[in-house]
Structure formats: structure tokens, C-alpha cells
Design a binder for this molecule. Structure first.
Ligand SMILES: *[C@@H]1O[C@H](CO)[C@@H](O)[C@H](O)[C@H]1NC(C)=O
Ligand SMILES: *[C@@H]1O[C@H](CO)[C@@H](O)[C@H](O)[C@H]1NC(C)=O
Ligand SMILES: [Mn+2]
Length: 398
């Protein structure tokens, strides 16, 4: 009897507080709008249920069906899934990467999304940022799938950007596109997928920017010759997640000498792998260099290598130590912490990153705490923040 009296009193007290009207309806699908609205708006209008309810997009951004019914929609930055994993050598499962990364990103905008160290809110910077969903990718035919990924990426890349480039913040002069075709392209952040997807992605990038400098975070080189990396059986087997950079280099998609790997720590078939890597056009930063030169030294090396050139950024989640990101195709111990990689990424502030990806997230091997998908989402938050701070433009050279 005592208990039920207490319950009645308590409920009488609670009901009026909980009875905000908007709690009574199911949240509409177009709840998240552009310009982006924080889920906790910071006044009395708190909706504690919304962060874990609803359909999941990256950072709860608006879903635009960019490849089908919304073909005419324009944007400045698009998240785009490429669920492909039939180029893996060890653990498959990265086809679930896009869905997993989106799930890991749900809390990104909980408090609004302001990036304290970079002093920017990439969701409120004036750029239109959307989630374009996934490219349809067949799991039955690698050659066809690789073509689908190239076509899907190209379709988005060759749409004009939503926002004009504006003027240079220092000189006030109008900014001009840095692309080779003279157009102001949007930026695409691709959610892999195993690393093979970077071959079609670089083919697409080439169509707008020509040969591109690449910043590549990975424990592996991925420039291996097919004869060294399991490519013997067939022409198709020769294109996989350890050889795509070899092919990209052969096709002239990578700018020779101004590209760099970071976090390398794999064993090799022998020293000749490094000679082959040099020939593919890359400099290297070993994972262990963080013990001697620190994150500052690593950032300095990257910036010196890339300079002011347009750059493509490819992040293999296995660059992070498996202690922090276990759910990946070919894990290697002795890597960087999530904190260290995020610091290094913030150090790329000011670089002209034309597009980026994160790959090799295979959620089936994750912990119940979603360590890997959360790490992937947070890493992309840094990338998006850097993009938001630096327009893809240059002032006219006199
Ligand atoms: C850029 O500068 C031009 C003058 O060169 C000015 O007319 C225009 O309003 C400026 N645009 C922005 C976005 O500030
Ligand atoms: C890149 O430059 C190096 C050094 O000049 C050269 O050995 C290598 O063949 C070049 N690679 C490509 C793919 O052009
Ligand atoms: Mn890789």
C-alpha cells in the first residue's frame, strides 16, 4: 500500500513535465533539415529520445537520394557509401562498413557538432552537407562493381557545388576553382568498403583534377605488385585491396613524389616492396615514428610532401591500433591511437582536400561497445571540419 501511494504522488508530479506536445507524435522523416539543426537546441526544447530513434544517416544529416530521384539536388559535401568487400585478403565484412559507420556517428551532432580545437561547426559552416546513401554495388562481379563505384562517384563529383567559392579571406579576391576542368566541384566522403574501392574513386577524381597527390593512412603499403599480393590467378584477382595503388600509379592517377603513406607497420615480402613503393610515387611515415618525432613531426612531413597541391585523403581504419579499432580486414598491432590519428588529421587544416574516404571497417569484428565504428565516425568529423575551414579555391596568379 505504501508503494502505490508513493507511485501515485510521483506520477502526478512527473506527468506535466514530460508532456511536451512533440513527444506524442512519431518523429517525421524530414525532421533533420538543412540548414542543420542541433538535436539538443540548447533551450527548454530538449528531446532526450531523438538521438537513438529514427532512420540512421551519417551524423543524422538529411538523406538525399542523389543517384536516383534527387539527381538534380546540389550539395557541397556528400557522404556516400560503397559497400564492397570482395577484394579482401583476410577478413571479409567491410560491405557493412557504411551502415556501421552511420550507426557509430549518431552522437556526433548530439550537442550541435562544434569542433573545439578547430573552432568550427562543420554542420553550421554554411556548407550544405548531406548523406547520399550508398552506391548500388554487386557482390557477384568485381569488375562490374568497380565500374559501378566509379560511375556513382563521378555522377556526384561532376554536379556543381551548392555554394559559390566566395572570396579569399586574406586578400578579398574572388576564389577560382583548383580543378583541372575549371569547375567548382563538391566534395565526397566515401564510406567503404574494402580498400579496392580507391582505384575507381581515383579514376573519378582524375576526371576532375588530373593526377592527384594522395595522403594515405594505413598499416599497409597497398602498392604491391599483383605478383606479390595474390594476383596470379586472373586479371580480376590482380585488382584487390593490396594492389589498387599499384594500378592507380600505373594508370597515372597519382601525382608522383607528392604522395605519402602514414602509420605503415606491416611485414614485407622483402625490402624490394619499398623500392616498388618508391616507384609508385609515395613517401612513407612509419607508425613507430610517432615515438620519436610525435604528431607534430608527422604533420610537418605530410605538409612538406603535399604542399599547396590538391590532395585526396584515404584512411584505412587499420592505421589505428586494433586496441581502439579491432573491426577491420587485416589488423596490425603497434598502431596509432584514435586520439593520435585525430590530432594528425586536424594538422591537415588548410590543405585542399578534394575528397576523402574511410575504408576497411568490418563491423562484425567490433566490440559490443562499437569502438571501431565510433572511431571511424569521429575521424570523419575531423576530416569534415578541415574541409569546412578551407574552400577548394585559389586566387588568380598575376
Ligand atoms: C566578393 O568580392 C566582390 C568584389 O570583388 C563582392 O562584390 C562580393 O560581394 C564578395 N562576395 C562575398 C561572398 O563576400
Ligand atoms: C616516380 O618517380 C620516380 C623517381 O623519379 C621514378 O623512379 C618512378 O618510375 C616514377 N613513377 C611513376 C609511376 O612514374
Ligand atoms: Mn589498406
Amino acid at each position: 500500500m505504501k508503494h502505490s501511494t508513493a507511485f501515485l504522488i510521483l506520477s502526478a508530479f512527473l506527468v506535466p513535465i514530460a508532456a511536451h506536445d512533440h513527444h506524442e507524435d512519431q518523429m517525421p522523416l524530414d525532421y533533420v533539415k538543412f540548414p542543420y539543426q542541433a538535436i539538443y537546441p540548447g533551450d527548454d526544447d530538449v528531446t532526450a529520445d531523438s538521438i537513438f530513434s529514427g532512420i540512421t544517416t551519417f551524423a543524422r544529416l538529411p538523406w538525399v537520394q542523389c543517384l536516383t530521384k534527387d539527381k538534380d539536388d546540389l550539395f557541397d559535401v556528400a557522404f556516400l557509401g560503397a559497400p564492397f568487400d570482395t577484394g579482401t585478403s583476410y577478413r571479409p565484412g567491410a560491405r557493412f562498413g557504411p551502415a556501421g559507420i552511420r550507426a557509430g556517428s549518431r552522437r556526433l551532432t548530439l550537442y550541435g557538432g562544434y569542433n573545439v580545437p578547430l573552432q568550427v561547426n562543420p554542420f553550421l559552416s554554411g556548407l550544405k552537407v548531406v548523406d547520399c546513401g550508398d552506391i548500388p554495388v554487386t557482390p557477384y562481379d568485381n569488375k562490374y562493381a568497380i565500374k559501378q563505384i566509379e560511375n556513382g562517384h563521378k555522377q556526384l563529383l561532376h554536379r556543381p557545388a551548392f555554394s559559390p567559392l566566395g572570396n579569399d579571406s586574406l586578400t578579398g579576391q574572388p576564389l577560382l576553382p583548383i580543378s583541372l576542368d575549371g569547375k567548382n566541384h563538391p566534395r565526397i566522403i566515401t564510406l567503404g568498403g574494402d580498400h579496392t574501392i580507391v582505384l575507381p574513386l581515383l579514376r573519378s577524381i582524375y576526371s576532375a583534377y588530373g593526377a592527384i597527390s594522395v595522403i594515405h593512412f594505413d598499416s599497409h603499403l597497398d602498392t604491391w605488385k599483383p605478383s606479390v599480393f595474390g594476383g596470379a590467378p586472373s586479371e580480376q584477382a590482380a585488382i584487390n585491396h593490396g594492389t589498387y595503388f599499384y594500378w592507380a600509379s600505373q594508370e597515372g592517377l597519382i601525382r608522383n613524389g607528392s604522395s605519402i603513406h602514414g602509420a605503415i607497420r606491416t611485414t614485407l615480402s622483402g625490402p624490394a616492396d619499398y623500392t616498388n613503393d618508391d616507384e609508385s610515387g609515395f613517401q612513407r611515415i612509419e607508425a613507430r615514428e610517432i615515438d620519436t618525432i610525435g604528431t607534430d613531426g608527422i604533420i610537418k612531413k605530410i605538409r612538406e610532401t603535399v604542399g599547396t597541391r590538391p590532395v585526396y585523403l584515404s584512411i584505412d581504419i587499420d592505421s589505428i591500433d586494433p586496441a581502439f579499432a579491432p573491426a577491420t580486414g587485416t589488423p596490425e598491432t603497434g598502431g596509432w591511437s584514435t586520439r593520435e590519428l585525430r590530432t594528425i588529421l586536424r594538422g591537415l587544416d588548410g590543405l585542399h582536400i578534394v575528397s576523402a574516404d574511410i575504408v576497411e571497417v568490418a563491423p562484425a569484428y567490433d566490440t559490443n561497445a562499437e569502438l571501431t565504428t565510433m572511431a571511424a565516425a569521429d575521424v570523419l568529423f575531423e576530416v569534415l571540419s578541415v574541409m569546412a575551414k578551407t574552400p577548394l579555391g585559389k586566387v588568380k596568379e598575376n
